[in-house]
Design a protein around this ligand. Structure first.
Ligand SMILES: *Cc1c(COP(=O)(O)O)cnc(C)c1O
Length: 667
């Protein structure tokens, strides 16, 4: 129940309103704190501290002050000072711990720049505060108040209500008397009251004049737990969750996530959780990222969807061009779809049809690895090799050639497996269309990681025997292994590259299958030859998703994401070593920001815990108590935070994971 008080303009009476709200709340017995993070000239902060009899350290109440009455970005620049946002957040943290209600007064209005690329609205968002809008009364007030309300909402801020101030205006015409009603109606937010013009600002006078005019009780309402209860009930009644034993789910208390912010997810009760698996491996630059938010919103203003069947759209075109630019050489054409599974299926179908089209109809087999995962639709399940997920559908799968491959923990004979691959190709390449792999990291199998050189050798063998090489970078793409794509580590240029998950920064479902000119040209025939690629999903090339993806790519450059990732990967590597101290941690695997910690019942024999003990799930349940979200793969604990995570947050993630592992495996 902390609030940010902003005005529809400068000088509308924010400070007086803050004072009045503070007084009335104090009157009701609340321990109210105030803050004026940034002030350019004037004595607002001093006034508030004195009038409300506040005892906090003044440098926390007003951490940034400068003397010229200008917009902060300009005033501070001219004074050769900078506004340090993290210092504001720290001061706020300190103050809010000492008070049960905080009133934070802004500088000017919402869209006032505090520094480069940072507005007052950004500060409100970072402070995670609800907004109280202060408006004057009179002609023009409706427009200004509605502009502020809409803009705040557009920024994802919650507007608690509007308070009118008569501070500089004593006129009482028709406009003034109609303002509150009009703003409630057109703004859709409550009017909390009106602060009358007062000459005498003494405590008793103000309380007497304002106490019936302002609804401060509205500010004290806690977010209702009722709402959460209803959602939980409805979820359990209506929603069937993926990869979930619903019998367990319905006996459990589901966590309902309502907001995201940076590395954190926030539930319906306002509790914050570190997103340790990037919301199932998709988030890249953090939740609620300004640039992606903006890109999607701007695109909505133009066009939400139009089809790629027979038409095109700018974001889909621009994204295709960018993807070709950043992916390994030779990948020149982009085919869109909506999920990792479809990205892989499209590659499989393209590879298969390619050979048909060019007159090699015997090349019909797909080779894949035993412990691979490429998605959950039947086509991608057919090339999946994880019995736990895939065995039950065995009669529905198409014929494939499955190649055993070591997990590199219990079995390390990779050379033998590669020799087997070469032998297979040597004998049967005339009937093999393609070989599909997850390059370097086999995610869903339990974060199995290959030693250096394996991927390269696979690519070489494919080249040698003219088998099309499909790399499924749905999980590894977009920086997850430390470089933009895993193929880059070994300078591999596949015939197909499948992308999804991180492509939109974790915002919207989108996938892309990239391929070569050679494959593309294998589909260029006369219309009547029926060699067209007859495949397309209704939402293929969706403009909103493509706009999000374009913004995602831009942020990599703007924030130098991969450069900043390198030291965090080093830190992770160093910190993970201590996990071997735990008696039930058998293996710790890491490649970039992909981590698998395998729990075993017996370390020396590498005996796994029985499946039904659900050790991984227990650990992930435990970490929630300390505000961390994880999702395991059987007995493997997965850590895959957003690339944008800070070092402090990363430390927290590791500390909490270690703590939970110690507790759960020590039992
Ligand atoms: C997640 C994943 C898929 C499937 O992606 P969906 O979007 O869930 O269909 C395919 N391949 C790999 C390597 C994955 O990690």
């Amino acid at each position: 129940m902390n609030y940010f008080i902003t005005g529809t303009d400068t000088d509308v009476g924010k400070t007086i309103v803050t004072y009045v709200l503070g007084l009335l709340l104090q009157e009701q017995g609340h321990n109210v704190g105030v803050m004026k993070p940034v002030q350019c000239a004037g004595e607002d902060a001093e006034f508030l501290v004195n009038a409300l009899n506040i005892k906090d350290a003044f440098h926390n109440v007003n951490p940034f002050y400068t003397e010229e009455p200008l917009s902060p970005h300009l005033a501070f620049h001219r004074a050769k000072k900078t506004i340090n946002i993290s210092q504001i957040l720290k001061s706020y943290q300190i103050l809010s711990e000492c008070h049960d209600l905080m009133l934070v007064e802004g500088a000017g209005g919402l869209m006032v720049p505090l520094k480069k690329n940072y507005l007052v609205a950004d500060l409100i968002r970072d402070l995670d505060l609800d907004v109280i809008v202060v408006s004057r009364l009179g002609l023009g007030a409706i427009n200004h108040a509605l502009l502020t309300i809409r803009q705040a909402q557009d920024y994802g801020l919650n507007v608690k209500g509007v308070v009118f101030s008569e501070a500089n205006n004593c006129k009482k015409g028709l406009a003034e008397s109609n303002n509150p009603e009009a703003i409630e109606e057109y703004g859709g937010v409550p009017v909390l009251g009106k602060v009358p013009f007062m000459k005498n600002l003494s405590r008793t006078q103000v309380i007497q004049k304002c106490k019936d005019k302002i609804n401060v009780r509205a500010l004290l309402k806690k977010p209702s737990q009722q709402k959460t209860k209803q959602l939980v009930k409805d979820d359990q009644q209506y929603v069937w969750h993926p990869f979930t034993q619903m019998k367990d789910w319905m006996n459990d208390e589901p966590l309902i996530i309502e907001k995201g912010q940076g590395s954190y997810l926030i539930d319906t009760e306002g509790r914050r959780y570190l997103d340790g698996v990037s919301s199932l491996w998709v988030n890249v630059h953090g939740h609620h990222h300004r640039d992606i938010d903006h890109a999607v919103k701007s695109q909505v203003n133009h066009l939400a969807h139009s089809t790629l069947l027979g038409l095109s759209n700018p974001p889909a075109i621009e994204l295709a061009k960018e993807l070709v630019k950043i992916t390994p050489k030779g990948l020149d054409k982009v085919f869109y779809s909506d999920s990792g599974s479809t990205a892989v299926e499209i590659a499989l179908k393209l590879a298969y049809q390619y050979w048909q089209n060019i007159g090699q109809p015997k090349k019909i087999n797909i080779v894949h690895l035993a412990n691979s995962y490429h998605g959950d639709t039947l086509g991608s399940v057919s090339v999946g090799g994880i019995d736990l997920f895939h065995k039950v559908y065995r009669h529905l799968r198409f014929q494939t050639i499955k190649l055993d491959f070591p997990d590199c923990y219990r079995n390390q004979d990779v050379d033998q497996a590669l020799d087997n691959l070469e032998q297979l190709f040597q004998q049967r390449h005339t009937e093999i269309a393609a070989f599909v792999v997850e390059p370097i990291v086999q995610g869903a199998a339990g974060m199995i990681m290959w030693p250096k050189g394996v991927l390269k050798r696979m690519a070489d063998v494919c080249r040698k025997y003219d088998v099309l090489f499909i790399t499924d970078e749905v999980a590894t793409g977009f920086g997850r292994t430390g470089s933009m794509f895993a193929c880059e580590h070994e300078d591999v240029q596949p015939d197909f590259l499948c992308l999804a998950k991180g492509i939109t920064g974790g915002y919207l479902p989108l996938a892309a299958t990239l391929t070569t000119k050679r494959v593309f040209d294998g589909f260029l025939f006369n219309y009547k030859d029926l060699k067209t690629f007859f495949h397309g999903h209704t939402y293929t090339g969706n403009p909103l998703a493509c706009a999000a993806a374009l913004a995602n790519l831009k942020i990599f450059k703007k924030e130098r994401t991969l450069t900043k990732l390198a030291p965090k990967i080093k830190y992770l590597d160093k910190s993970l070593k201590m996990f071997y101290n735990l008696p039930h941690v058998g293996d710790v695997r890491q490649r970039g920001f992909m981590v698998g910690i395998e729990l075993v019942q017996n370390k020396s024999s590498k005996t796994p815990y029985p499946y039904e003990w659900q050790m991984g799930a227990k650990v992930c349940q435990k970490v929630r108590e300390r505000g961390v979200i994880l999702r395991p793969l059987g007995n493997v604990i997965v850590l895959m935070p957003p690339l944008s995570i800070s070092k402090e947050e990363l430390k927290e993630l590791l500390d909490v994971t270690y703590w939970a592992l110690e507790l759960i495996t020590g039992e």
